[in-house]
Ligand binder design. Sequence first.
Ligand code: GDD
Ligand code: MN
Length: 396
Amino acid sequence: MVSNLKQKVVIIMPTYKEAENISKMVPVLFEKEFPKIAADMHLLVVNDLTAEGTDDGTGDIVRSQMKKYKNLHLLESTKQGLGWAYIRGMKYAKDKLNADAVMEMDADFQHPPRFVKPMVEAYLNGSDYVIGSRYIPGGSVPSEWAIHRKAISYFGNLFIRLVLLKPKLHDLTTGFRLTKVKGVLDKIDLDSLMEPERFAYKVDLLYQSIKNAKNVKEVPLEFAPRTEETSKFSMKEMISTFRVAIILGIKDKQKFIKFGTVGFAGYLVNAFFLYIFASRLHWPEVFAWAGSTELAIINNFTFNNIWTFKKEKITGARELFLKFIQFNGTSIGALLIQTVVGSLGVSLLGQQYRQLLLPFIIVFLVLPYNYFMYNVVIWKSWKLPRMFGGKRVIKT
Ligand code: GDD
Ligand code: MN
């Protein structure tokens, strides 16, 4: 929960040739919307100039409005692209204005100002990342959009949800969002965002934010049509957005791929030593199985520790020893699953299915079980949402 002191929320509004829009937007926010909101509301315009250092008057309009509204701020420089405008704005809001939360918002009224209030309210009620969503009940895209435009927006967004494996969130490309500074924005290295000169920065920023956020909330947004000036979005921007999503999607799966590789190596170790112990050394059956299985467990523990989970690597003799015991414990769980389901399956389906059952059990039960145990119990890289008490949390 946020404290009772008035929270400082800074709306960051990038502009590139938006004179008409900004001249109307500033008074609407300061006179109509901000007074209705129980937070200390600020507006930071990040205006980009052409390479020649000129603009269409947007900067001058803001400068003259600043005399009237003390919570209005302006940053200006030559055009480096949308992502950079937000990065500059976020750093300024965080370091110079001491913002408690920042918002991303367009200047062209496509994010209607009346939607600022519910976003800030969600934050004041405890959410640390709020997404203005067009694809939940109450949200929408402009009804006057042609069907192909609606389809591109919808399927583009669906595609990104799929590659990032974020089915619980509905709008991953929206430009209307609120981010808490402490714990979310201040954990992100803004200088290393992907493709910051483009609109695609949005996907990376969202991805990093939901990693840090503990309470993500989607609030409906009725995305309005543009009336003044023209959109700066293009085919090039769209392709780069997909590219960023795909790269992030693969990065996310790298850990799982390593886990699978180590597991497969474990299987080879198991098979090889089973052969050596049983067929070559003629150990009793039970010892051959137990010995080769333990070697596979040692293989899995060691390589997952130094490779798959290298960020969470366990070090120190005592800690390693205790974790290894625990690891053997969770491995017994896998053994139990395999034994119970395997023998039940054979008794239900018949012996001819024995060999076929094994890979199914491994892929659908043992792998997910192990991956879950490693991430939650052994290397603790996943934070699970609280199941009892507290607010509803969307785990992403
Ligand atoms: N400073 C700066 N520099 N501002 C820029 C630049 C730039 O290079 N390019 C665009 N902007 C500003 C615009 O002036 C406007 O206020 C805002 O960014 C959004 O730009 P639009 O050109 O209106 O983009 P759009 O409406 O087509 O795109 C919307 O939908 C996208 C996909 O859902 C935006 O909401 C995007 O944020 C969103 O990703
Ligand atoms: Mn727009």
